[in-house]
Design a protein around this ligand. Structure first.
Ligand code: SF4
Ligand code: SF4
Ligand code: SF4
Ligand code: FES
Length: 982
């Protein structure tokens, strides 16, 4: 398709907007409200061009064959200028003293592009105050140009539906929940609106008074300078004023550093630039992250208080009785090396164990397992995927071969139907949730949610299933059986690609809808509807998380999910597949890079002599042939006196492992315990030596996100105090034990990984430069696989396998004494127990403590109110918390988030595990509840987003603006004048 622009032919790409084509052609046309990731908003009118003699908005027009486009005709130019003049009526150009004067302000840059010297429509302030009620950002109505980008982002990309503009008002402004203070609205502080705002109307509070050279002046002084600017504008014009602001903007470049990094919290893998001035974090700026675009959640955007927290560990500590004394690095590392050597000599290498961090880098996990295997000589090596993700990996190993998401986040967006099982996606993986919410709201995607709680995704779902706890495997298998029995299976796909159909179908015999309905408590009609939705959808993606995996049948239920996808042919195509949502930022990478008891990096078996020989040759050592202990077995081995020493980094084991009291007892029995951390965590209390490490912003390396995406993070800050990056500390210990490692940069570690690991053969730091990423497996030539199975499944014959799974009763069942079911999980604002997130003041303000959700029925029965203190007692421990009465939970089911170290929910959970992987059955916990009689405030303060009242609408709804009596399309009067001419 060919379009002529300003007399030159341009080839059009499929479904290309005129504005994108113009930009691609290198021509400069103003476009203030258009943002490619938001689509056309059409509110600013600055992109007017002439098409075949008519004025149109370039952002709202699709390029079409034969169009004759003129971007700078007198009419188009006049229309663009008129539109921008109206914008300047809403915005004071005080750039030199503005914190947004950083070279990327759209209003500033458009003023320059159009060479505006004077404005026709004078600036007029709006009759509203600046809103500072949110701890993270402010809204200044006087600077707001009413472009609507923020509204579009909130309504159609984040889909939190907080923002709107009431175009009918005399003085429209952006509204939160229709007119509430930001801090009391439904705003979840995700930051989308701020990231897309084209000027300084929405700004991070961390930028205010910090970014510019003169922006920290007092308000009267600033107002005075602004008045001076206004005063000289009529005489000098904006050109001269902008020149001054550009000099100031250039000066900022020398003191503001922008560093690409990857989020340190969940497994979505959001990447962004972090802006720093010395150690001050000015802001996080998401631009074009391959996983997230401009999206973030409250944690990635704002939760960085841990970096400069006053209680960071900055010196090594050594235990002295019940106290710790500060030590030099040399003293601490010498002690570690000496004790490891002594214990190895006395009780053998298998009396030591190593736990890697799924918050740290791939290179660090690789070095930790190399230390365990090659230097100490043990396979006692694990990471916290044992606590969450191992069952999903096992289910995928059984059925399709690789233990990773079978596609990308873009596939989830494309699917005709998304099924979410046991995942509170909107709070645990918020940016993935935005993609589902957007597709559901804007593009007709269907959504089924199975969960114990009516969380946000459940509220939005077309079908919400609330099965009895621990029965997901049953309904999944029953739906699969129904699909087979009713000829709805994808037989062609099965014949070509899946082994074991006959045996599998037989294994489903007992999973009738009658049985499922009785066991799960789900109506047969609902199951029938679900089966048809899945069988008939144009592409199904199933997303699942801890609500599935943290059960005694976690691996089997994960297997049942994959079986269902195979039966319906939902692999090997875009918009299909299995998506276990990885919890930590690098939980996928830690396992991928060998922090497991039975695998070298890339899931190469330690028990395989040929594989072992390869690593022995490369590392020049003899390696232990027997798989080692996993986390769960390590705790038992300590209690049994077999395990004497442990080295753990970046992991709050004493609280995140199930049955925390039992784990704590074990840790006191260790002869020698080394903990490497950024804070004095609860686990540090059990340590003999504590080594101060550096968080993500203080080091380089790579993380691997849930979609198998390997991404580089760059160092933004120097390590604080004497803290050091984990890879340097691990190397130091290895070398004191005689290893002779000489890594000077993490890239050298990755070169070694790539040489030894077919899964990562083509990964190099050059190929990951900046925002470039690779999704494993990566072939030697650097080609990767966003969609995992395209030509075959990962088994010797290239075919997938149905894997029959029976159902068994959950563990730790209710009885007369422990009569309530306790579910647990994350909260949006906090990551796990809150070790890092509580160190950000605004997060503490919004979510200060833990609580327990109680259903209205149970609350009525037991006389509980929101704020009532209750004690929960399980067969393993007890905790105290305040109640929140909510319809999110039903009947005798309770929910407690994990965000507490004092009253940690894992004091209640058991030592029962998934049979296959030893992942604790955290979600199978029975408790009794005692009302303590005291009633306090609502543990969720008024400023928590849950108290807000969203105002859903389709987007900015610009048509309402066009209906205003005072609205006239720019350039219209020129057309009228022209038409009026004889
Ligand atoms: S939820 Fe809040 S921060 Fe996020 S886009 Fe909406 S208004 Fe902005
Ligand atoms: S606050 Fe919203 S409407 Fe106002 S300028 Fe920023 S993005 Fe545009
Ligand atoms: S916590 Fe997860 S969703 Fe939020 S910004 Fe980080 S990676 Fe993205
Ligand atoms: S960019 Fe086209 S109307 Fe704003």
């Amino acid at each position: 398709m060919i379009v002529t622009i300003n007399g030159r032919s341009q080839v059009v790409q499929p479904e290309e907007r005129l504005i994108d084509l113009i930009n691609r052609s290198g021509l400069e046309v103003p476009h203030v409200c258009y943002h490619p990731q938001l689509g056309p908003i059409q509110s600013c009118d600055t992109c007017m061009v002439e098409v075949d003699g008519k004025l149109v908005r370039a952002c709202g027009t699709m390029a079409a064959e034969g169009m004759n486009v003129v971007t700078s005709s007198p009419r188009a130019d006049a229309a663009q200028r008129e539109a921008f003049d109206r914008i300047l009526g809403n915005h004071l150009l005080y750039c030199t003293v503005c914190d947004n004067n950083n070279g990327n302000c759209t209003v500033h840059n458009t003023t320059k592009l159009l060479a505006v010297e004077h404005q026709e429509i004078p600036y007029k302030p709006k009759p509203y105050e600046v809103d500072m009620s949110n701890p993270f950002y402010r809204y200044d109505p006087d600077q707001c140009i009413l472009c609507g980008r923020c509204v579009q982002a909130c309504q159609t990309l984040e889909v939190n539906e907080t923002l709107s503009i009431r175009w009918e008002d005399e003085h429209p402004r952006v509204l939160w929940d229709g007119g509430a203070p930001i801090g009391e609205s439904s705003c979840v502080s995700c930051g989308h609106c701020i990231s897309v705002c084209p000027c300084n109307a929405l700004m991070e509070t961390s930028m205010l008074g910090e970014a510019g050279y003169m922006t920290s002046l007092s308000k009267p002084a600033l107002d005075g300078m602004i008045d001076v600017v206004k005063g000289i504008e009529p005489e000098m014009g904006y050109g001269a004023i902008l020149k001054v602001s550009e000099v100031e903007s250039h000066m900022r470049e020398s003191r503001i550093k922008r560093t690409k990094t990857v989020c340190t919290y969940c497994g979505v893998g959001c990447s962004f630039d972090v802006w720093t001035k010395d150690r001050h974090i000015l802001k996080v700026e998401p631009l074009e992250g391959p996983a997230n675009g401009v999206s973030t959640c409250i944690k990635g955007k704002f939760s960085w208080g841990h970096i400069n927290s006053h209680d960071r560990l900055t010196k090594p500590l050594i235990r002295e009785g019940d106290q710790f004394h500060e030590a030099s690095w040399d003293e601490a590392l010498t002690l570690v090396a000496r004790r490891f050597s002594e214990i190895k000599a006395a009780t053998g290498p298998d009396s030591l164990a190593f736990i890697s961090s799924s918050k740290c880098t791939n290179e660090e996990s690789y070095l930790m397992q190399k230390l365990a295997r090659a230097v100490i000589g043990t396979n006692n090596m694990d990471n916290c995927s044992r606590y969450c993700q191992a069952p999903a990996t096992a289910g995928l190993f059984r059925t399709v071969g690789y233990g990773g998401d079978s596609g990308s986040i873009t596939d989830i967006e494309k699917a005709g139907l998304v099924v979410i099982v046991g995942s509170n996606t909107a709070e645990s993986h918020p940016v993935i949730a935005t993609r589902v919410k957007r597709a559901h709201k804007m593009h007709g995607q269907k959504l089924i949610v199975s969960d114990l709680r009516e969380n946000e995704m459940a509220e939005r779902a077309d079908v919400f299933l609330h099965p009895r706890p621990g029965t997901d495997l049953i309904w999944l298998s029953a739906v699969t059986k129904y699909i087979f029995d009713n000829g709805l299976a994808d037989q062609k796909f099965i014949d070509q690609w899946v082994n074991g159909a006959a045996e599998f179908k037989k294994s489903l015999e007992s999973f009738t809808f009658e049985m499922a309905s009785e066991r799960c408590g789900l109506p047969k009609e609902t199951l029938t509807k679900v089966a048809h939705m899945i069988a008939e959808a144009n592409g199904v993606c199933i997303l699942w998380a801890m609500g599935v995996t943290q059960h005694s049948m976690g691996s089997d239920t994960s297997t049942a999910i994959s079986n269902l996808l195979l039966a319906t042919g939902n692999y090997m195509k875009p918009g299909t597949g299995s998506y276990p949502l990885r919890g930590h930022n690098n939980v996928q990478g830690a396992s991928d890079h060998g922090a497991m008891p039975n695998f070298f990096p890339g899931y190469q078996e330690v028990a395989d002599p040929a594989i072992r020989a390869k690593f022995e040759k490369a590392w020049n050592v003899q390696l232990p042939p027997k798989p080692g202990l996993d986390n769960h077995m390590m705790i038992d081995a300590i209690h049994e006196g077999k395990l004497k020493a442990m080295y753990l980094f970046g992991e709050e084991m004493s609280l995140v492992d199930s049955n925390a009291n039992f784990v704590g007892d074990a840790l006191t029995k260790l002869d020698f315990f080394v903990v490497q951390e950024i804070f004095f965590s609860e686990t540090c209390q059990f340590a003999d030596v504590i080594l101060p490490a550096s968080p993500s912003l203080e080091k380089e390396g790579t993380f691997t996100s849930t979609e198998r995406r390997i991404q580089r993070l760059y160092q933004a800050l120097e390590p604080l105090g004497e803290s050091r990056p984990d890879w340097i500390i691990i190397q130091d210990i290895a070398n004191r034990l005689g290893a002779g490692w000489k890594y000077e940069h993490p890239s050298q570690i990755y070169d070694e990984i790539a040489a030894l690991t077919p899964l990562f053969a083509g990964v190099t730091y050059e190929r990951l430069e900046g925002y470039k990423t690779l999704q494993w497996p990566v072939a030697e030539d650097g080609s990767d696989q966003p969609l995992l199975y395209t030509k075959n499944f990962y088994f010797p014959d290239g075919k997938a396998r149905f894997y029959p799974v029976p159902w068994s009763e959950p563990t730790d069942q209710q009885d007369a004494q422990y009569d309530l079911h306790l579910n647990n999980g994350r909260l949006l604002e906090h990551f796990h127990e809150g070790n890092m997130t509580y160190r950000t003041e605004g997060i503490r303000e919004k979510t200060p403590c833990t609580f327990v959700e109680v259903s209205p029925d149970l609350a009525g029965e037991r006389g509980i109110q929101t704020g009532s203190w209750v004690q929960l007692t399980s067969r393993y421990g007890k905790v105290k918390a305040q109640a929140v009465i909510t319809t999110r939970v039903q009947g005798k089911e309770l929910y407690m988030p994990m965000n507490s170290t004092d009253e940690a929910v894992n004091r209640l959970t058991s030592s029962h595990t998934d049979k296959v992987t030893h992942t604790p059955a955290y979600k199978e916990t029975s408790v009794q509840l005692r009302v303590l009689g005291e009633i306090g405030e609502d543990p969720l303060p008024r400023t928590n987003s849950r108290h807000g009242h969203p105002t859903p609408q389709t987007g900015v709804e610009v048509e309402r603006k066009w209906k205003r009596k005072d609205y006239r399309q720019p350039g219209d009067h020129l057309v009228q004048i022209q038409n009026a001419r004889p």
